[in-house]
Design a protein around this ligand. Structure first.
Ligand SMILES: *Cc1c(COP(=O)(O)O)cnc(C)c1O
Length: 415
């Protein structure tokens, strides 16, 4: 039964969570306690009794449930349903780019359109989970650094949960993001620096006891929310995975989360050992993962002077760098950087040819796909899934309109 149907029945659920684990050292941590990073300063991963889930969950039972991310309750950490402050985290559609695919000679070019989620981005998946767990564990005040979309999702869910929220963003964060954060009940501050400079202030405030730090991967549960992308796409494709996934990579929560999802799905017998090649896409102006991947490094040093129009992937330093790089390598995938011109051109093409408005980060995945196809890294007949992670409506758009003077004769043939 999903959390939604459970609401008026028993609210205390046994979850299958057994413990948390340091992603670097494997050290165990107790569940049901408030945790940030591990003692090694690395992300904590939630571990489940997957044998238990295997016995409790069938594909048939799942098929009966509402189409939202809570349908995967057995693989999620929330114990008490009343701690979920849902805004309707609907399943997002997989949309073929048929016209572009035909032009490129690609038969299975698909976009998972995450822009349909509450607050207009896939940050909703991670933040609804992070906030539910924060509420469950008694947090009353949260702070977070953001490039925009995460702050908006945090503001919305925390406000619903009755949790006070302070959001710090770089001072050049798109106006629409800064304003939506404030309108959804958070206190928002512009900082003269980048997202990791904001994160430093949030970390200092947390250490001094002013708030709980909900930064990307610095608490264990956002990854569990983002993991639902992997569960969901597998189910949507009939429990088969695509050949290759293109993911716009900032902090990498989604890529790490999907990689975890696939392992869990295999452990419960829903899929086999086959995996998609995972492609981490970044912008040329901020490509720490691409550089580390090319150099064969396990960690990625801070990228200095980061700049790109794709604000969601302007992340100079990621605490989960080694998890991103590991997933890319284990999958046989690769990392690729595209220029701002290429990604904006891809946004234009998807809109003009297929009527699908991508965000710049989504455009980056399409630009990377096109280049990978050219370079033979992806074959035209392979099924490729691109992530459009936010609605294109949140971003500035070029003005292509012309005017009509209704007082003059109208030359209809020229319209
Ligand atoms: C946050 C964000 C990303 C990057 O997601 P991660 O999982 O943190 O790497 C990409 N695109 C958009 C629009 C985002 O908001």
């Amino acid at each position: 039964m999903s959390l939604h149907c459970n609401r008026n029945l028993a609210t205390q659920r046994e979850t299958f969570v057994t413990h948390l684990e340091c992603s670097m050292t494997g050290e165990r941590y107790e569940a049901d306690r408030l945790h940030g990073l591990s003692r090694a300063g690395r992300p904590l991963l939630v571990r489940y009794d997957l044998e238990g889930v295997r016995g409790a969950l069938t594909k048939e039972a799942l098929a009966e449930r509402p189409h939202d991310m809570w349908r995967y309750a057995e693989l999620l950490p929330v114990r008490r349903v009343e701690n979920v402050t849902s805004l309707g985290e609907n399943t997002t559609p997989i949309v073929p780019l048929a016209a572009m695919g035909a032009r490129l000679g690609a038969s299975q070019l698909l976009v998972k359109d995450e822009g349909r989620l509450p607050t207009g981005s896939f940050k909703a998946r991670g933040l609804t989970m992070g906030v539910a767990m924060a509420k469950e564990l008694g947090v009353t005040r949260i702070a977070m650094p953001t490039n925009g979309n995460a702050g908006a999702a945090l503001a919305a869910y925390a406000t619903r949960a009755g949790i006070e929220t302070i959001v710090l963003c770089p001072d050049d964060t798109p106006e629409i993001n800064v304003r939506e954060i404030a309108l959804q009940g958070a206190r928002v501050y512009r900082v003269n620096g980048l997202i990791d400079d904001c994160g430093k202030i949030v970390g200092e405030g947390a250490a001094a006891g002013h708030w709980f730090d909900l930064s990307t991967l610095k608490e264990p549960y956002r990854i569990e929310g983002k993991k639902t992308m992997g569960l969901e796409l597998a189910e949507q494709l009939g429990w088969r995975l695509p050949d290759v996934i293109f993911y716009p990579t900032g902090g990498g929560t989604g890529l790490i989360g999907m990689w975890k999802a696939f392992a869990e799905l295999e452990a419960i017998g829903f899929i086999g050992p086959e995996r998609p090649r995972m492609v981490a896409v970044q912008a040329e102006g901020c490509a720490p993962m691409v550089k580390a991947w090319e150099e064969g490094e396990e960690h990625a040093p801070r990228w200095e002077g980061a700049h790109t129009v794709a604000a969601g992937i302007r992340v100079p330093k990621a605490v989960g760098d080694f998890l991103i790089l590991r997933a890319v390598r284990e999958s046989g995938g690769f990392a690729m950087a595209v220029s701002d011109d290429e990604l904006m051109q891809a946004v234009e093409e998807a809109g003009r040819e297929d009527g699908l408005l991508l965000c710049p980060e989504g455009g980056a995945t399409l630009a990377a796909y096109k280049r990978a196809l050219e370079q033979g890294l992806v074959k035209p007949e392979e099924q490729a899934l691109l992530f459009n992670c936010a609605t294109g409506l949140k971003y500035p758009m070029p003005d292509r309109s012309k005017t009509i003077d209704r007082h003059q004769p109208i030359d209809f043939a020229s319209l």
